[in-house]
Each structure stands twice: as structure tokens, then as C-alpha cells.
Design a protein around this ligand. Structure first.
Ligand SMILES: O=C(O)CCC(=O)C(=O)O
Length: 281
């Protein structure tokens, strides 16, 4: 790892803080990560089948969520219409991540205008993406990328990267027919904190991870069968608390679709065991 050094590059709505973690913080986060059991999700489900012309697919990478879990088959949080029955309570942040979140919230409050930070905004949600190769027999399939999309949670999003560097791009998209145009791209390296918000970076532009390099020799020990992780990214987001509910309060169809994931999570997590069998009050 490079010596601990902080350097902030900023343009309106986009901030990159290189090497933002101390050696200790990094070590504690990685040790905690290695106790996690990420899962593979399918994009659709029995009660939310693929739209016409599309097929069921497994996500490109295993994931884990903190704060609240947004199962792909429940279509993620998508205001203004898609806010109900999409976000369910999940495990809290471990101490070393909570410290990063606190720091990032302070940066957002000092660097972004009030118009870009909704009332009540705090980073209560985190998606952890695991990037790497799927191993199938003697084949190794590099699936370390993310197609262009927007994060619809309200207000600025904060991302922390670990492991191999990734080519991250903000792109302008003119529909499916035309190729998207790259507007800004930057390499996200081990320990980098990227923050983006405001109209341009949240509403106008899409973002994507074009590729993840293999040259740095990073790999993580994670118990995901048939997968080798070389980069991990956390994106911290905000979902209003009134849109996050206990799994037991989902409608029956959503429970039916997500029960297999909950059972898998509960094999390793007391939090999810209790979520499946809430104690009567
Ligand atoms: O891995 C990254 O750097 C970005 C991940 C991302 O785009 C997302 O979680 O929405």
C-alpha cells in the first residue's frame, strides 16, 4: 500500500479522496470483510418475472448489504414511485466502517449545498459489491464490471474501494441504440473515497465500472464458492427510514420471493435468523 496520504480532487458534485484509509482502518475493514458470507442473487423471481424479451439472470457478482437490504428481485429503491416494500432491515455497520461513514458525512455536509442534501440525509444503507472471476471447472470468467446505471437513493452517494484498481466512468446515454459517451473517468484504487451528488452526477449522468485490473496482486479470502474476489467496493447511500421495514412485514409475495435468500443469510447471521422468526412483542 502507498504511504498514508490524503489528497482531495474536487469538481462541482464529484470528490475523489485518494488513499483515504489509515493502515489500521484498512486492516480492520478487511478482517471484518473476511467474516462475511456474500450471496448470489437472481434479478427476477416468481412474482416479479423478467419483462417481455428479457431472461432471468444471476447478478454478475456476489453482494452483501448493510443497514437495509435491497433484493434485486424486489427492484431496488426507486423513488418517487418505487419506495414501498423494497428495503428491509439489515445488519448495522461494523465499527471501522461506521468511522468512515461519519467522516464521509462530514465531508458531504461541508462540500455540498443544501439543495443537494435532502433533509434527514445520512448514509444508512450500504451495498458491498465483490468483483472478480467466476471459476467454472478449469475456466476462469472475468465478470468484474458493472453496466451503466444510476443510484436512485436520495442525495450524495459515497463509495469506498479496496483491492485492484477499477476504471470508473460517468457516461451520457442517449438510449439503447447509441453508444454512451464517456464524460469523466477515473481510476478508483485501494483506499480511495469517491463522493458524487447533485443534478449532474446523480440525475443526468449514468455511471459504470468498465473493468478491474489484475496487476496489483490483490485478492481477498472470502467464502464464496467458485469465485475469486480481487476488488471490493462499498457504496453508502440514503433511504428514508419510513421506507425501510422488517422482512416479516413484506407482502406475502415478496416474502415468498426473498425467503430463500433470507434462509441463506440466516445460516451465517444471527441478525437474519431473528428477522425470519421475529419475537412476538
Ligand atoms: O464499484 C464501484 O466503484 C461502483 C459500484 C456502483 O456503481 C454501485 O454500487 O452502484
Amino acid at each position: 500500500m502507498r504511504p498514508f496520504q490524503k489528497q482531495t480532487d474536487s469538481q462541482q458534485g464529484l470528490i475523489l479522496r485518494k488513499n483515504d484509509l489509515s493502515r489500521d482502518e484498512r486492516q480492520q475493514i478487511v478482517s471484518w470483510l473476511e467474516t462475511l458470507h456474500p450471496i448470489w442473487e437472481e434479478r427476477y423471481s416468481k412474482n416479479n418475472p423478467p419483462p417481455t424479451g428479457q431472461k432471468q439472470r444471476t447478478l454478475l457478482r456476489p453482494v452483501y448489504w448493510l443497514g437495509n437490504w435491497q433484493f434485486a428481485c424486489l427492484n431496488y429503491y426507486h423513488p418517487p414511485k418505487g419506495t414501498e416494500n423494497r428495503c428491509i432491515h439489515a445488519e448495522p455497520y461494523p465499527a471501522p466502517l461506521a468511522a468512515v461513514v461519519q467522516r464521509a458525512e462530514q465531508i458531504v455536509r461541508s462540500e455540498f449545498g443544501k439543495e443537494d442534501v435532502p433533509r434527514g440525509w445520512h448514509l444508512n444503507t450500504c451495498l458491498i459489491n465483490f468483483y472478480g472471476d467466476r471459476i467454472e471447472g478449469d475456466k476462469r470468467i472475468d465478470c468484474a464490471r458493472v453496466g451503466e446505471h444510476k443510484d436512485f437513493e436520495l442525495g450524495p452517494v459515497v463509495s469506498l474501494s479496496l483491492g485492484e484498481r477499477a476504471l470508473f466512468q460517468f457516461v451520457k446515454s442517449d438510449g439503447h441504440q447509441k453508444q454512451s459517451k464517456v464524460i469523466i473517468q477515473q481510476w478508483l484504487e485501494d483506499g480511495d473515497l469517491q463522493i458524487f451528488g447533485g443534478y449532474r452526477f446523480k440525475k443526468q449522468l449514468f455511471h459504470r465500472v468498465q473493468r478491474v485490473e489484475t496487476k496489483g496482486g490483490h485478492s481477498f479470502k472470502l467464502p464464496v464458492e467458485g469465485f475469486e474476489t480481487r476488488r471490493i467496493n462499498f457504496t453508502f447511500r440514503y433511504v428514508p427510514d419510513e421506507h425501510i421495514l422488517p422482512w416479516s412485514r413484506l407482502p406475502d409475495t415478496a416474502k415468498e420471493d426473498t425467503r430463500p435468500y433470507m434462509l441463506r443469510l440466516a445460516e451465517k447471521s444471527k441478525f437474519f435468523q431473528e428477522a425470519l422468526e421475529p419475537k412476538p412483542r
